[in-house]
Write a new protein. Structure first.
Length: 84
């Protein structure tokens, strides 16, 4: 199973860059027909994770993916599943 991984630790405080990277990884997954994207916002205060979840719940982004899963074993990780 093909998987992409996006670690947001390096850009956690750069709002414009976060949005651009999220858009890029979602588009790359669609273009390359990747089944799973792992997004790592990290544990921290949870604000970055909330921001990522708000991004993923936008109607145009929601239409691209099949399912969004919060990792129950690791609070700082989100999986986005695609069905192509």
């Amino acid at each position: 199973m093909a998987k992409l991984k996006l670690d947001l630790h390096d850009i956690y405080n750069r709002g414009d860059k976060i949005e651009a990277e999220l858009n890029r990884i979602m588009q790359e997954a669609v273009d390359r027909r990747i089944e799973l994207v792992e997004i790592i916002p990290g544990k921290g205060s949870g604000q970055l994770k909330k921001r990522v979840l708000r991004f993923l719940n936008q109607p145009d982004i929601r239409a691209l993916c099949h399912r969004i899963e919060k990792d129950d074993k690791n609070f700082g990780r989100i999986f986005v599943h695609f069905r192509h």
